[in-house]
Design a binder for this molecule. Structure first.
Ligand code: PMP
Length: 442
């Protein structure tokens, strides 16, 4: 297993010796020019050159079933999105200081997918920037600074969001006004009381902040807790924690970078599963199906103070080409019925994994909604002993069986599955066939 504790399924460059000469050479060039901060996936890194729908193709022409891609979410190189980008790029690309229909039309279409109170949008290029902006807005609205996140949360790369991203590891410090609370682990705590349990953790963090003279500005959570290990049910378990932060004068920021855009099948947005209306929502990744566009949606009164005090201009955020990509992506989600497909294929996959748990006792828990899933692997189903090393092997063996997925969670023993939204029942069967063979090898 990689020595890199801060990222699961990371390639260990010290093991490059066993790779073919061409890959070794590219890895060496990469390290020479990109430095030490980048990580590759897999013990045997993949060299991908083409994507189409749910498939990726490597440099040798081998085909891989992509069950991990939450960026090209409506399918790799989707023709409608590609055409929209090409047409707009051939016509004009500027920024939001000129009048243009694109950003307005997209914003109107986007906010129409939210509860009516969340009626305004601001655009960025990455999820990190969206969370960075959301923190500035929350702090300006509340006049407070404290932020509560979960124990293994990831919210992005800027200085401000790295300071609220404990999953970056102990060598990346959290802010002095940041508190990390345990995730709502429904496998190890009673699901029936998990909402109250999680709210109690949030309340402890609020009390601790106040004791240190810090007023809470926000509770910021990924609504499917993806880096914490994928915790989706029983909804609405998130509601009591949101009540606690609001009672303390803070806002609820829903990070929908992972959960958003129909991925959870039952809803367009992850927070909707919990019957909540957040104060601020951030989004990114699948928004432009691979084209960099991200954003923040909120109630007008939340944006109001920030807009008065600080002008906002993001050179690339909301440019016409990005908005065309995002509009086409939204059209594809709606026209191809991808939310319903995510619900159907996701439920099918979870049923199949639950069935498989009777045959392969490595499977301890199967959770998720739509096409966002966590399969927790254990050495002993009764004792729930984490099978961390085996999870790493499972991920790498699946890659050798031409199926791409990864691992997540505090103990690195949760298989993280995020197939593309058009994943079919046939694709699900292909995945299960590979999983059956790989479990038998563990
Ligand atoms: N929030 C969450 C929940 C994420 O998973 C990510 C990216 N993995 C981000 C924010 C940051 O997005 P980006 O990489 O586009 O900056």
């Amino acid at each position: 297993m990689s020595k890199d504790k801060a990222m699961l399924n990371a390639f260990d460059p010290a093991a490059a010796g066993s790779l073919p000469a061409a890959e070794r050479a590219l890895i060496e060039r990469r390290q020479r020019v990109l430095g030490t901060a980048y990580r590759l996936f897999y013990d045997n890194p993949l060299h991908i050159v083409r994507g189409e729908g749910v498939w990726l193709y490597d440099a040798g022409g081998e085909r891989y079933l992509d069950a991990y891609n939450n960026v090209a979410s409506v399918g790799h190189s989707h023709p409608r999105v590609v055409a929209a980008i090409a047409e707009q790029a051939a016509m004009l690309n500027t920024h939001t200081r000129y009048l243009h229909d694109g950003v307005v039309e997209y914003a109107e279409r986007l906010v129409a997918t939210f509860p009516s109170a969340l009626s305004q949008a601001m655009f960025t290029c990455t999820g990190s920037e969206a969370n960075d902006l959301a923190l500035r807005i929350a702090r300006s609205h509340t006049g407070a600074s404290g932020v509560i996140v979960t124990e293994l949360a990831y919210h992005g790369v800027t200085a401000a969001v790295a300071a609220v991203s404990p999953s970056l590891g102990k060598t990346v410090p959290l802010g002095v006004d940041v508190r990390a609370v345990s995730a709502p682990d429904t496998y190890r705590h009673d699901p029936a009381t998990i909402g109250v349990w999680f709210a109690a953790r949030v309340q402890e963090a609020i009390d601790d902040m106040l004791r240190h003279g810090i007023r809470p500005a926000a509770l910021l959570v990924d609504t499917v807790f993806s880096s914490d290990g994928v915790y989706t049910d029983p909804a609405p378990f998130l509601a009591p924690a949101v009540e606690a932060i609001r009672a303390a004068g803070g806002l609820f920021i829903a990070d929908e970078v992972q959960a958003g855009f129909a991925r959870t099948g039952s809803c367009m947005w992850g927070f909707q599963r919990h019957g909540l209306v957040p104060d601020i929502v951030t989004m990114g990744k699948p928004m432009g199906n691979g084209h960099p566009i991200a954003g923040v949606v909120a109630r007008p009164e939340i944006f109001e103070r920030f807009g008065r005090d600080a002008r906002y201009f993001n050179t690339f955020g909301g440019n016409p080409v990005s908005c065309a990509a995002a509009l086409a992506t939204l059209d594809v989600i709606q026209d191809e019925g991808l939310q319903a497909n995510a619900a159907r294929t996701g439920a099918y996959l979870r049923d199949k994994f639950r069935e498989m748990a009777r045959k392969h006792s490595w499977i301890g828990d199967v959770r998720g909604d739509g096409l966002f899933m966590g399969i927790e692997l254990v050495k002993d189903q009764a004792a729930k002993t984490p099978a961390t090393e085996e999870t790493h092997r499972f991920v790498n063996l699946m890659r050798e069986h031409r199926v791409l997925l990864s691992a997540t969670g505090l103990r690195g023993n949760v298989i993280k599955l995020r197939p593309q939204l058009p994943f079919s029942l046939e694709n699900a069967d292909q995945l299960m066939q590979a999983a059956d063979e790989v479990f038998a090898k563990l």
